[in-house]
Design a protein around this ligand. Structure first.
Ligand SMILES: [Fe+2]
Ligand SMILES: [Fe+2]
Ligand SMILES: [Fe+2]
Ligand SMILES: [Fe+2]
Length: 393
């Protein structure tokens, strides 16, 4: 039976506030949890963080006190959801371990989205980006071996490979070339809107994370690598956010946000292996259904349109965390030398790209190359975890 969130009953708003006991969730087991459970937690934290900041932006543009009060009520519930979700992470992980998990999310979530995306231009944007986060994973994994003397395969657990992608130093493009063309809100498939929102939120949380945790390290190479990759995540946010049609009204955007929350909680409820975590996804889905109903009312009232005109008739197939090793290898063999020019893609280093490269490198080796050389000097070789090597081309 297809699940249509607009037809389902949610939890009434006045029953959604949780007390301290309910908010005090039991974190996942740091040693035995499914790495993809951790990926789902990180994804939903990004989605809830986006729900909160989007609602704040909307409120700051909203002159009607009564509406602002309604937004504040729902936003408070989103904030409680964010706490419940992110507090599922056990405190044991180091910043660098969490970083490696963030890049695993970027690789396997973006790969899934690219594989499912119906629009070829949008698909290209995801395929382009995934090879960069794949390389970030490799750089951080080398930093991890060097300063924490541990191996990233313990974190990604053979589900995601660790090896060079498009080299990180080549991600520093002129900001002009990071802006893509948006989808057309009047013609796009509803799934494309959801994809763009999801990846935008995930990249935004990664950017915010690196810009805040980077200076917590004392090791100069760690501080510098976070600075470098933090700047690339800024490029990624620009790249993905520009896919969203800016012609959507505030109420249409709100509707899409709430619908996407329903979609992802439903997806993760369907695919979750940890029963306790699954209960949280189910509870939050119940809350989101009511947020969606209220957003749909606002959309009808202010946009004078029916939500069915912009939303899918039923939820698309669940977003699934699963290995994408062969898929990523395939992209590596065909798209590793791509860069962007204007809103399109090219294979040669053009003038604007070369100028930016010169300006940021300043004739020095970038931290992302340095970390590999340094680790080779200490460990005798760079760190990689290649699973498919024997079977793939
Ligand atoms: Fe939410
Ligand atoms: Fe990244
Ligand atoms: Fe990224
Ligand atoms: Fe919500």
């Amino acid at each position: 039976m297809a699940f249509d969130p607009l037809q389902e009953r949610g939890i009434p708003l006045d029953e959604q506030v949780r007390d301290w006991r309910e908010l005090n969730v039991t974190p996942i087991d740091p040693d035995h949890a499914d790495p993809y459970t951790r990926c789902r937690i990180i994804t939903m934290n990004g989605i809830e963080t986006e729900a909160i900041s989007f609602s704040h932006q909307l409120a700051r543009h909203c002159p009607d006190t009564e509406l602002k009060q309604q937004l504040a009520c729902i936003r408070y519930l989103e904030a409680q959801q964010q706490k419940a979700v992110n507090w599922l992470l056990p405190g044991l992980a180091s910043v660098l371990e969490t970083t490696i998990a963030y890049e695993q999310v970027a690789v396997d979530l973006t790969s899934w989205v690219a594989r499912m995306e119906p629009d070829p231009y949008l698909r290209q944007a995801y395929e382009f980006g995934v090879l960069e986060d794949f390389d970030h994973l490799y750089r951080y994994a080398n930093l991890y071996e060097m300063i924490e003397h541990r191996k990233a395969e313990k974190i990604v657990d053979r589900l995601t490979e660790v090896m060079p992608g498009r080299p990180t130093y080549l991600h520093h493009r002129d900001p002009v070339d990071n802006v893509r063309e948006p989808y057309d809100r009047t013609r796009t498939e509803p799934l494309s809107r959801l994809h763009a929102l999801t990846i935008m939120a995930a990249e935004q949380q990664t950017m915010n994370f690196y810009m805040n945790v980077g200076p917590m390290y004392m090791e100069p190479i760690a501080r510098r690598l976070y600075q470098e990759i933090g700047l690339i995540e800024e490029e990624h946010v620009t790249h993905y956010e520009s896919l969203v049609d800016p012609g959507e009204s505030w109420w249409e955007m709100l509707l899409n946000h709430e619908y996407n929350e329903c979609y992802l909680y439903y997806s993760f409820m369907e695919t979750e292996s940890d029963p306790k975590v699954k209960n949280i996804w189910e509870l939050h889905l119940g809350m989101e259904l009511e947020h969606l109903r209220l957003a749909a009312e606002l959309f009808k009232r202010f946009d004078g349109r029916d939500p069915d005109q912009v939303l899918a008739a039923a939820l698309p197939p669940p977003v699934t965390f699963e290995p994408n090793k062969a898929y990523v290898r395939d992209l590596l063999s065909t798209q590793i030398d791509c860069t962007t020019l204007g809103t399109g893609y090219v294979r040669e280093a053009h003038e604007r790209f070369s100028k930016m490269q010169e300006a940021i490198m300043g004739g020095e080796q970038p931290p992302s190359e340095r970390v590999i050389d340094d680790n080779r000097a200490i460990s005798g070789q760079d760190y990689r975890f290649e699973v498919e090597a024997a079977v793939s081309r």
